[in-house]
Design a protein around this ligand. Structure first.
Ligand SMILES: NC(=O)C1=CN([C@@H]2O[C@H](COP(=O)(O)OP(=O)(O)OC[C@H]3O[C@@H](n4cnc5c(N)ncnc54)[C@H](O)[C@@H]3O)[C@@H](O)[C@H]2O)C=CC1
Ligand SMILES: O=C([O-])CC(=O)C(=O)O
Length: 346
């Protein structure tokens, strides 16, 4: 147990490091609540390392690994890691209900990734249907679970999930999250490199959505403060917005970010688990139902609690450049949200 807590502690960003102390102080091994986490798409490029990282998380007691194929092998492999959770693999649609039953959190990295030259929206035709059917099953088998949506295009898959849950009568806006943590992870890394500050001390909110210009890092709010030139901020913003494409091009046809995404997905799920367990002041950027702008969904800092979203925080002070970026992203994000809603209601 101690080894796994240490492993998890290394996973954390600096902003969360005080929480890991809190965790160690406030939970003895037998007082940690039972929590079941299901990973849908667990045999994939993200699913496999994400499953391993969730196996390292001492807050998880049951880990259900689901995919259309390949999960028995992944589950057998991951299950040998000597940490708290029991692991079970489920393959094929007839086993989806069992995988989901009793889940506190469902993480969804199921679906196809980009190839060079594609946008995330080019994945819509395949991934929208996958997400719709998985969410239909979630509504049936674990309607109270928190859903962490990784499948792209997140700007549309989250609205699809919301519509599916509304139709099923199970929608709770506090429990549906688009995972945008990788944008924050990238913004922190790139900022630390440019500002020459220790990366583990960096925090940067990233708001908006999860595609191109809809990704809006707020470097004016970055800590530690650094006096970067406007040109540097523009270059950092562009690199954060194009971070996914940078990886897609480097992988040259073999998919998109998997390892950094697994890390980001594990960080976000860990924050959700902490919130569920009553750890105070857990704040992450995530794409949720929102009224901070005119759009029905928006990524911003969100306080996580025992029921999921506890509070969607305001965007805070922005530079003129960021204000312009916000204006520029609204039409694209609006169209992606509407596309998802329309698809789900067809
Ligand atoms: N939110 C984010 O920041 C990021 C999102 N992504 C997205 O995550 C998704 C997955 O990416 P990878 O793991 O690289 O792809 P992958 O192709 O390596 O793995 C996807 C897995 O999903 C499974 N799958 C397909 N249909 C399914 C279904 N109906 N039920 C359960 N599993 C199903 C496949 O069998 C496969 O194992 C993509 O849509 C990608 O664009 C990727 C990186 C970052
Ligand atoms: O770029 C992609 O297609 C995958 C993704 O969402 C990311 O890496 O941010």
């Amino acid at each position: 147990m101690r080894a796994s807590i240490l492993a998890l502690t290394r996973l954390r960003s600096s902003s969360a490091s005080s929480q890991s102390h809190l965790l160690r102080r406030s939970y003895s091994s037998d007082s940690v609540p039972e929590r079941k986490v299901a990973v849908l798409g667990a045999a994939g490029g993200i699913g496999q390392p994400l499953s391993l990282l969730m196996k390292l998380n001492p807050l998880v007691s049951k880990l259900a690994l689901y995919d259309i194929a390949g999960t028995p092998g992944v589950a057998a492999d991951v299950s040998h890691v000597n940490t708290r959770s029991e692991v079970a693999g489920y393959a094929g649609e007839e086993q989806l209900g069992k995988a989901l039953e009793g889940s506190d959190i469902v993480i969804i990295p199921a679906g196809v990734p980009r190839k060079p030259g594609m946008t995330r929206d080019d994945l819509f035709n395949i991934n929208a249907g996958i997400v719709k059917s998985l969410c239909t099953a979630i509504a049936k088998y674990c309607p109270n679970a928190l859903v962490n949506m990784i499948s792209n295009p997140v700007n549309s898959t989250v609205p699809i999930a919301a519509e599916v849950f509304k139709k099923a009568g199970t929608y709770d806006e506090k429990k549906l999250f688009g995972v945008t943590t990788l944008d924050v992870v990238r913004a922190k890394t790139f900022y630390a490199g440019k500002a020459k500050v220790p990366v583990e001390e960096v925090n940067v909110p990233v708001v908006g959505g999860h595609a191109g210009i809809t990704i809006l890092p707020l470097f004016s709010q970055a800590v530690p403060k650094a006096n970067l030139a406007d040109e540097d901020i523009k270059a950092l913003t562009k690199r954060t917005q194009d971070g996914g494409t940078e990886v897609v091009e480097a992988k040259a046809g073999k998919g998109s970010a998997t390892l950094s995404m697994a890390y980001a997905g594990a960080l976000f799920a860990d924050a959700c688990l902490k919130g569920l367990n009553g750890v105070p002041d857990v704040v992450e950027c995530t794409f949720v139902q929102s009224s901070v702008t005119e759009l029905p969904f928006f990524a911003s800092k969100v306080k996580l609690g025992k029921n999921g979203v506890e509070e969607v925080l305001e965007l805070g002070p922005m530079s003129d450049y960021e204000k312009q970026g916000l204006q520029n992203l609204i039409p694209e994000l609006k169209a992606s949200i509407e596309k998802g809603i329309k698809f789900a209601n067809q």
